[in-house]
Design a protein around this ligand. Structure first.
Ligand code: ASP
Ligand code: MG
Length: 407
C-alpha cells in the first residue's frame, strides 16, 4: 500500500469520456489498497479560452482579476472527477486551492506556494476518501486567489506530494514518459526508464515541454520521487530521481534542441574593460533575455562579441546593438535568425572526459559547422545553422548510443 499523488493534465481531463477513464484508473489504485490524492488541470483549451475572454474585455486588467477567472477552469474538473469517482463506487471529495488550503505569495499569475496544510487531505485518505484538488491555484494571506503560472498544476501535484510525504508523485499526461529526444525528429528516440532531477531541469529549460520547470525544481529540492506516465497507455513511464547514474547507463541521457533563438554579433569592438557590461547592460534593461555569450580577442586588439536572444527579441536587440556599436566605435553589427541550438545532456559527463570532443567530431563528420559553444557541468550546447538541426539531432542521438535497438 502506498500514498500516491496523481496529477492529470488538461488532455486527460479533456472530455466527459476522458474524465470517466481517469476515474476508472484511480478506482483501480484504490481497489489495490493504495491511498490516492488527485490533482487536476482544467480541460485542455479552457485556460486559454478564459484568458482570451479576459483580454477581450480588458487587455491590461489587474492580475488579481485574471487569476480569479483563470482559477475557475480547475474548479469545474475537480467536481466532474469527484462525481465520476462516485459512479465507480469510490468515495471522493473535491477541493479548490483555498479549501485545502494552499497558501501562496501575492505574485499573481506566477505565485509561489508557501505552505500547504495537509491535515484535511490526510483525514480523507484515512477514511478511504479520494481528495480531488484543483491544480494551478492558491490563496494569498489577504485571501485573494492566485495562479501559479501556466502549466502550474504540475507544481501543485509535487507540492502536495511533498506536504503529504507521499511515496510518489505521478504526472499523467499524453506522452508515456520522457524521451531521449523528440520522436518527431528522431523516430529512434527511446523512452527513458529514469532520469535525474538535474537532467530533467536542463531538458525542461532547453524546451522539453513534458513538465513545468518549477515543478521539477520543487521535486528536486524536496526529494519527491516524480514519475511521468501516460493516461491512455499503460506502462512504467519515466522516473525522475536523485539517484546518480548506474554504470551501464549511457553517459548522455538526452539530446535537446531549440529553434527559438537568434544570434547577434557586434564586430570589431575595442578590447577594454567594461565592454561586456556596455553591450549587455542595455539589453537587460530592455528586458531582453540573453542565453549564450561568446567573446573573443583578435590579434588587432579588437573583439567580436556574440550572444543569443529569443527570436521574438531579435529586432529589438538588433536596433539596440546598432546604437551601441556606434557609441563604442565598433565596426558593425551582424545577426542571424536562421540558427538553432542543440544540446547534449547527461550527468555522466561529470565523471567522463571527452564528451565534448566526441560531440564535435560527430558533427564535423556530418559536415555541420558549429557557430557557438557553451557548456555547463552536465550539458554541452552548440549553435548551428537551422537547416542542419534535424541532421544534428539524429547524428548525436546515434553517436551517443541512444538509438533504440532495431530488431
Ligand atoms: N490549466 C492551467 C494551464 O493550462 C494549469 C495546468 O494545466 O497545469 O496552464
Ligand atoms: Mg499542463
Amino acid at each position: 500500500m502506498a500514498l500516491i499523488v496523481q496529477k492529470y493534465g488538461g488532455t486527460s481531463m479533456g472530455s466527459v469520456e476522458r474524465i470517466q477513464h481517469v476515474a476508472a484508473k484511480v478506482a483501480g489504485f484504490i481497489a489495490r489498497g493504495d491511498q490516492v490524492v488527485v490533482v487536476v488541470s482544467a480541460m485542455s483549451g479552457e485556460t486559454d479560452r478564459l484568458t482570451k475572454m479576459a483580454r477581450e474585455i480588458n487587455p491590461r486588467g489587474s492580475k488579481r482579476e485574471y487569476d480569479q477567472i483563470l482559477a475557475t477552469g480547475e474548479q469545474v474538473t475537480i467536481s466532474l472527477l469527484a462525481l465520476a469517482l462516485e459512479t465507480q463506487g469510490v468515495k471522493a471529495r473535491s477541493y479548490t486551492g483555498w479549501q485545502v488550503p494552499i497558501h501562496t505569495d501575492a505574485a499573481h499569475q506566477k505565485a509561489r506556494i508557501q505552505k500547504i496544510d495537509p491535515e484535511r487531505l490526510m483525514a480523507d485518505c484515512r477514511l478511504g476518501i479520494v481528495p480531488v484538488v484543483a491544480g494551478f491555484q492558491g490563496l494569498t494571506g489577504e485571501g485573494s486567489v492566485t495562479t501559479l503560472g501556466r502549466g502550474g498544476s504540475d507544481t501543485t501535484g509535487v507540492a502536495l506530494a511533498a506536504a503529504l510525504k507521499a511515496d510518489e508523485c505521478q504526472i499523467y499526461t499524453d506522452v508515456d514518459g520522457v524521451y531521449t529526444t523528440d520522436p518527431r525528429v528522431e523516430p529512434k528516440a527511446r523512452r527513458l526508464d529514469r532520469i535525474t532531477f538535474e537532467e530533467m531541469l536542463e531538458l525542461a529549460s532547453l524546451g522539453s515541454k513534458v513538465l513545468q520547470i518549477r515543478s521539477v525544481e520543487f521535486a528536486g529540492k524536496y526529494k519527491v520521487p516524480l514519475r511521468v506516465l501516460s493516461t491512455f497507455k499503460d506502462g512504467p513511464g519515466t522516473l525522475i530521481t536523485l539517484e546518480e547514474h548506474h554504470v551501464e547507463d549511457p553517459l548522455i541521457s538526452g539530446i535537446a534542441f531549440n529553434r527559438d533563438e537568434a544570434q547577434l554579433t557586434v564586430t570589431g569592438v575595442p578590447d577594454r574593460p567594461g565592454i561586456a557590461a556596455a553591450i549587455l547592460g542595455p539589453v537587460g534593461e530592455a528586458n531582453v533575455e540573453v542565453d549564450m555569450i561568446v567573446q573573443n580577442v583578435a590579434a588587432d586588439g579588437t573583439t567580436d562579441f556574440t550572444f543569443t536572444v529569443h527570436k521574438n527579441d531579435y529586432d529589438r536587440g538588433l536596433e539596440l546593438m546598432q546604437g551601441i556599436a556606434a557609441e563604442l566605435g565598433a565596426k558593425g553589427v551582424r545577426g542571424a535568425t536562421d540558427i538553432a541550438k542543440v544540446s547534449v545532456v547527461g550527468v555522466g559527463m561529470r565523471s567522463h572526459a571527452g564528451i565534448a570532443s566526441q560531440m564535435f567530431k560527430a558533427l564535423a563528420a556530418a559536415g555541420i559547422n558549429i557557430r557557438m559553444i557553451s557548456t555547463s557541468e552536465i550539458k554541452i550546447s552548440v549553435v548551428i545553422e537551422e537547416m542542419y538541426l534535424e541532421l544534428a539531432v539524429r547524428t548525436l542521438h546515434k553517436a551517443f548510443g541512444l538509438d533504440i535497438a532495431t530488431v
